[in-house]
Design a protein around this ligand. Structure first.
Ligand SMILES: Nc1ncnc2c1ncn2[C@@H]1O[C@H](COP(=O)(O)OP(=O)(O)O)[C@@H](O)[C@H]1O
Ligand SMILES: O=C(O)C[C@@H](O)[C@H](O)C(=O)COP(=O)(O)O
Length: 335
């Protein structure tokens, strides 16, 4: 049983705040990026991927962010509009900032890496005066992601969004989304992540991301239960810890835990797993499904997306997800 509440009277289901970027995924797989000559362009950025995933599943969604005043920014905006994502709160930078780029390398299904160009990016220039209290109060839930905390003024914008969400009983999901290249140090990261996490209702992250947040360095046997207890002492009602190919585990404030396995996948690349998991997990929870069912659907969505080339484009429709669930069995390996 999870205690997350969603006000059915709100016109929006989920609003995300954070980065809207571009993924450039290597077309030549099985080789390092030094030998890659061509890439395919997709909309990217973890919160963008998640909101696209939830919109594809039929949720009424919106985004709060800042785009570069260039072709990439216009490409991203038209993509959001095509997916029916409200972009009224997506503003445009006029200082010459650029769109964040994530070049991805697919050496093998298990050896994937991401090279991020994050200097002078527009998404981190989102400011507090671009955060609308009236907009946030119209949503059942708000999604924040950690990278938006990396620099001012985006950092303060996220904290203001959190303040408005708490004030108007908007349930907050925090996808940890730790990208070391965006931060000066893990210790500084932990400071801001903790300040945000203590205001959130549901925290989703990998074991490694929770280790960073809890200043657990070089720890290989961190205690998931202790992690959950730490956040239940704050606002959290649900803590989800992802363990890659070993599945995931969720803790609820009633002291129960729920383990989920994975769905075997023809893995093309492993990135995209977390964002697709989060999108279907959030969608399922907000439909009133149990935590176990939400984890199952998150895992299924992840398997679909890691078998495809992109992250955002690959996000399944509800029909695709249901069909996958009908024809595939979850393998519980035990996270
Ligand atoms: N190789 C895999 N095969 C099938 N499912 C996977 C695989 N890797 C990850 N997943 C699913 O995606 C979820 C998130 O993946 P994980 O790698 O833990 O997060 P992130 O992508 O954020 O680092 C996992 O909990 C699991 O359900
Ligand atoms: O978040 C980014 O800036 C990069 C993403 O767009 C990219 O698709 C990715 O890395 C997704 O990673 P995940 O966390 O494994 O879903």
């Amino acid at each position: 049983m999870n205690d997350l509440q969603f006000d059915p009277a709100r016109p929006l289901d989920l609003v995300a705040v954070g980065r809207l970027c571009i993924d450039l995924n290597a077309n030549e797989t099985g080789r390092p990026m030094e030998e890659t000559m061509t890439f395919t362009k997709y909309v990217g950025g973890s919160p963008a991927n998640i909101i696209i995933g939830t919109a594809r599943l039929g949720m009424r969604t919106g985004f709060i962010g800042k785009l570069a005043d260039d072709q990439m920014g216009r490409f991203i905006r038209s993509y959001l509009q095509k997916d029916g994502i409200d972009d009224s709160q997506v503003c445009v930078d006029h200082t010459g900032a650029v769109t964040g780029l994530a070049f991805t390398e697919i050496k093998s299904p298990q050896e994937c890496s991401i090279l991020m160009y994050r200097d002078n990016v527009a998404d981190l220039l989102l400011s507090t005066d671009e955060i609308s209290e009236d907009y946030i109060r119209q949503s059942k839930a708000l999604l924040i992601s950690g990278t938006a905390l990396a620099q001012s003024p985006s950092r303060e914008a996220v904290f203001l969004a959190l303040e408005f969400a708490r004030r108007h009983n908007v349930t907050v999901f925090f996808d940890l989304d730790y990208r070391p290249y965006t931060w000066k140090s893990a210790a500084e990261t932990a400071v801001y992540y903790n300040l945000a996490a203590e205001k959130c209702d549901c925290i989703i992250g990998t074991r490694e991301e929770f280790n960073m947040m809890e200043n657990l360095y070089n720890v290989t046997d961190a205690d998931d239960e202790a992690t959950a207890a730490r956040w239940f002492s704050q606002q959290a009602k649900l803590v989800v810890i992802k363990h890659g190919g070993s599945g995931s585990i969720a803790y609820t404030a009633d002291g129960l835990n729920h383990r989920s396995g994975i769905f075997p996948a023809k893995v093309l690349k492993t990135f995209g797993a977390g964002d697709s998991y989060a999108s279907a997990f959030i969608h399922s929870l907000m439909q009133g499904d149990s935590v176990s069912e939400a984890m199952r659907r998150g895992s299924a969505s992840a398997s679909i997306v890691i078998s495809r080339h992109s992250c955002s484009d690959a996000m399944p429709t509800l029909e695709e997800l249901e069909a996958f669930l009908q024809s595939n069995e979850e393998v519980v390996s035990g996270a």
